[in-house]
Design a protein around this ligand. Structure first.
Ligand code: ADP
Length: 404
């Protein structure tokens, strides 16, 4: 019966699917193939005969169709089903048309299901490719940002060195001036400015070293209690300017030594402390403590400051992760909410991760009135020897064996 209606079917389907003459031969060829497979499917009772053609159709979808989220194949299949049933009704007796429709029903049902599956597969592949492209673009953007930081930092360093040189010469020149003379005061201003600029440039260089996995560490025996003592010594004058108290609470195992880059770890802790001072109002308290964990030493810095919202607690460790809600108003390094470039914590995290450690923050939230405070947790692995062999040998002879 299906063979009988082939000619009228082909005519109608071809006419309805394509108005112009262009491409008609190709369409007729496809329709003939469809019909051949349909005949096979009906004869064998296996709708799977249509699968290769349906897969081919799904894979032929154009970029435009995929972009517009169009389901272009289901309507085509719908038109073919309608033509088949229409032609059967026209060309065959009512009983024959019904019988043919019954035979075709499971085949067309299968075809719809298969088309939907194929279309989804093609769409998922398309969206995945798109996402991959966006990811690559973002990676490129991040790379150029990182390249920019690196180039800018190195370019700024040369003129800064010049300014520092000339300032030193001027200072030498005005040695005989009174301490309160305008020239000496102005020179002090220039000194402060250049020092701050130097720190920012160094931060930019550190960030680009970390970004490019180029941070090199020089491992040496490091005692956490001595590190904390030095930290407190460095930070006390800054805290005093803000009438803040630094409290150290010794903890079990804080005499523990580990191998690490002492200077870099101190830099990381200094960043955390600077922030604790900066984001805590005058008269506040900063407490340094910690605990010994299996394989790690944890140092905690707790402040009584403005705190950090839960959703920002990961953001602040990203480059330029300054928080919009915190209205910074001055560029002083430790003034209350004194703004900074937002590089301190990413550097701290980079240094700690390069050691095999990490850092995270706990805070109930951000509130400038209730002052919930924040606790930064710094985790350092306990190493009994430096990771690189050359250094290990160096310290083995000096300390006659790994430290414990
Ligand atoms: P910067 O201080 O230069 O802005 P950081 O990377 O050191 O950059 O810190 C990023 C942001 O994290 C800060 O802008 C601030 O909003 C928030 N932050 C850091 N430490 C604290 C803290 N102890 N209390 C409250 N907010 C903090």
């Amino acid at each position: 019966m299906l063979s009988q209606i082939r000619e009228p079917w082909l005519k109608r389907a071809s006419h309805n699917l394509m108005r112009g003459e262009e491409g008609r031969a190709a369409l007729d060829q496809t329709l003939n193939r469809f019909y051949d497979l349909l005949l096979q499917a009906v004869a064998s009772g296996d709708p799977g005969w249509l699968k290769p053609l349906l897969m081919e159709w799904a894979s032929l979808r154009t970029e435009d169709e995929l972009q517009q989220d169009e389901l272009s194949l289901s309507p085509v299949l719908g038109a073919l089903v309608a033509e088949t049933l229409g032609v059967a009704r026209q060309e065959l007796s009512a009983a024959d048309a019904l019988e043919l429709s019954e035979a075709l029903l499971p085949i067309f049902t299968y075809a719809y299901g298969e088309i939907a599956r194929q279309e989804i597969t093609v769409r998922v592949a398309y969206v995945t490719a798109k996402l991959e492209k966006v990811r690559a673009e973002l990676e490129g953007l991040d790379r150029s940002k990182s390249d920019f930081i690196s180039v800018a930092a190195h370019e700024l360093k040369t003129p800064l060195t010049l300014i520092e040189g000339y300032t030193a010469m001027l200072r030498e020149h005005s040695k005989k001036e009174e301490e309160t003379s305008p020239v000496v005061l102005m020179l002090r201003g220039v000194d402060n400015g250049t020092r701050r600029l130097g720190e920012i440039i160094n931060d930019m260089i550190d960030v680009s070293l970390i970004d490019n996995d180029l941070l090199s560490l020089s491992f040496q025996p490091t005692w956490v209690n001595r590190l904390i003592e030095k930290l407190v010594e460095d930070m006390t004058p800054l805290a005093a300017e803000r009438n803040q108290r630094i409290i150290v609470i010794p903890f079990d195992g804080w005499e523990q030594a580990t191998f690490g880059d002492t200077e870099r770890i101190l830099q990381a802790l200094r960043n955390v402390m600077t922030n604790a001072i900066k984001y805590t109002p005058d008269e506040g308290e900063i407490e340094i403590s910690g605990r010994l964990l299996p394989g790690f030493i944890e140092v905690t810095v707790t402040d009584t400051g403005i705190g950090i919202d839960q959703e920002d607690q990961t953001l602040i460790f990203r480059k330029f992760g300054r928080l919009g809600a915190v209205a910074t108003h001055s560029s002083g390094k430790t003034k209350f909410k004194g703004g900074g470039p937002g590089l301190g914590l990413p550097i701290t995290k980079g240094i700690l991760e390069a050691h095999g450690g990490t850092i995270w923050v706990e805070s109930e939230g951000y509130d400038e009135t209730a002052l919930p405070g924040a606790t930064f947790h710094v985790l350092l692995p306990i190493r009994t020897e430096p990771p690189d062999k050359k250094n290990a040998r160096l310290f083995a002879t000096e300390t006659s064996g790994p430290i414990s």
